[in-house]
Design a protein around this ligand. Structure first.
Ligand SMILES: Cc1cc2nc3c(=O)[nH]c(=O)nc-3n(C[C@H](O)[C@H](O)[C@H](O)COP(=O)(O)O)c2cc1C
Length: 423
């Protein structure tokens, strides 16, 4: 059941993809009504795999091709910059045609004729693989003009970023494609579905989300919704890094495993048989959990090992499964140093548009540097908290939360370690 994706033996060219039934779902989709496909995606309860877990069918429902005279765009978000997250790059490297097929079906369903894959600058190999996959798909008329004789036209372009985390935020990404500095836009009014790329209706979806669409077309929305748990459907790719014996990325049904089963049964437990100390469950911006913490889930109190690996369970205990990046820390870790490391990243990546984030992320970095450098002041834990509290909720985009939540949650869960440094 816990099949490691690496072991599939797949090659990533079109011949191999076709041998395994590739593009059959595209052929099927092109015989269906676009609205029918949208309805199936809604029924599937597919949730976005990029971070927020927003309903894919709900997002697509904001766009009605019959009610707009503007072109509709679709953008695949392949920026994948959140520390701890490394799943989209595996899909791109190992199975690029699954993404291309998922995108073509999604574009057909939403009357899109021009789509982009926005890939982060640090993935040159991924960009080359996608370019090759696109030209292979075009050569077989799965893409381009009059796709498979149906009269439907679609072009997909790969757009390489220059290596900035903020370009993963959908409106920053849109600004970047438009050739501008990627300052995120204010919502409202700039919801991509309303005023997106070139001020036109735009769908932005994560790589993994779009791959799922092909499987929904194959099995139908209702059957797909039976995989996993209600409202947490389908499979998920989870990247596990840090102090486990077998780090890697794994695919399993949403909610089929608990966090403890993932760490101990799938990943072989903690390296050197050390003790587990803390887990960041969904990419570095999700709130950290103490290994010995008690969490309230549906009127029950449970331990960390018993948390089901699904969207709703992590949200219910006050964190998130976000981008599926589980970071495991053992009892040899200095958590002040771990947080300092994360804060360096966020201070470097703030786009600088909003003052609380631009200034605050630097201040948090400086305070944590002096705490790890032996120069901490007695007031530093309180100062750190106050800076973080003044960033979250006060910025144009959720980068503010992304940099403040680690600080707030590390401080809340491990205050003693911060106090000890501040003496
Ligand atoms: C600071 C920041 C960085 C983000 N980075 C990514 C990213 O690298 N990849 C991604 O798919 N979504 C990222 N997101 C979420 C996107 O804004 C957007 O919600 C997502 O691409 C939607 O796709 P989905 O609905 O399929 O999940 C980021 C959000 C924020 C606030």
């Amino acid at each position: 059941m816990f099949k490691h994706i690496d072991e599939t033996g797949y090659t990533n060219d079109l011949a191999c993809y076709l041998k395994h039934g590739g593009y059959a779902e595209l052929k099927k989709a092109l015989t269906l009504e676009p609205q029918f496909i949208k309805d199936e995606v809604k029924k599937s309860q597919l949730r976005g795999r990029g971070g927020a877990g927003f309903g894919c069918g709900v997002k697509w429902g904001f766009i009605d091709a019959k009610k707009t005279t503007k072109p509709i765009y679709l953008i695949c978000n392949a920026d994948e910059s959140e520390p701890g997250t490394f799943k989209d790059r595996q899909i791109i490297h190992q199975d690029p045609h699954q993404l291309i097929e998922g995108m073509i079906i999604s574009c057909f369903a939403n009357s899109v004729h021009l789509a982009y894959i926005y890939i982060r600058g640090e993935f040159p190999e991924g960009a080359r693989i996608l370019e090759r996959a696109i030209s292979e798909a075009k050569a077989r008329n799965f893409l381009g003009k009059n796709i498979l004789g149906t009269g439907y036209d679609l072009e997909i372009y790969v757009h390489r970023g220059a290596g900035a985390y903020i370009c993963g935020e959908e409106t920053g990404l849109i600004e970047s494609i438009e050739g501008k500095r990627p300052y995120p836009r204010i919502k409202p009014p700039y919801f991509p579905a309303v005023l997106g790329l070139y001020q036109c209706p735009t769908i932005v979806n994560n790589v993994e989300t779009l791959c799922n669409v092909k499987h929904i077309v194959s099995m139908g929305g209702e059957a797909y919704a039976k995989i996993g748990r209600p409202n947490n459907t389908g499979t998920r790719l989870i990247g596990v890094s840090g102090d486990v014996k077998k780090p890697g990325y794994y695919e399993f049904e949403c909610g089929a495993l608990t966090l403890g089963e993932l760490i101990y049964d799938v990943c072989g437990g903690i390296r050197n048989d050390n003790k587990l100390k803390a887990v960041i469950p969904g990419g570095s911006s999700s709130k950290v959990l103490r290994a010995d913490g008690r969490f309230k889930l549906k009127d029950k109190e449970i331990g960390l090992n018993d948390i089901p690996m699904d969207f709703d369970s992590f949200a219910a205990i006050g964190t998130m499964s976000g981008s599926g990046g589980v970071i495991v820390m053992d009892d040899t870790r200095d958590l002040v140093a771990c947080l300092a490391n994360l804060s360096e990243f966020y201070a470097h990546e703030s786009c600088g548009q909003c003052t609380p984030c631009r200034e605050g992320s630097q201040w948090m970095k400086k305070i944590l540097r002096r705490m790890t450098g032996g120069d901490a002041r007695a007031t530093d834990p309180a100062l750190l908290k106050s800076v973080a509290d003044n960033i979250a909720g006060r910025t144009v985009c959720a980068f503010g939360e992304a940099c403040a939540w680690p600080v707030q949650s590390f401080l809340a869960a491990f205050r003693d370690e911060f106090e000890a440094k501040a003496k």
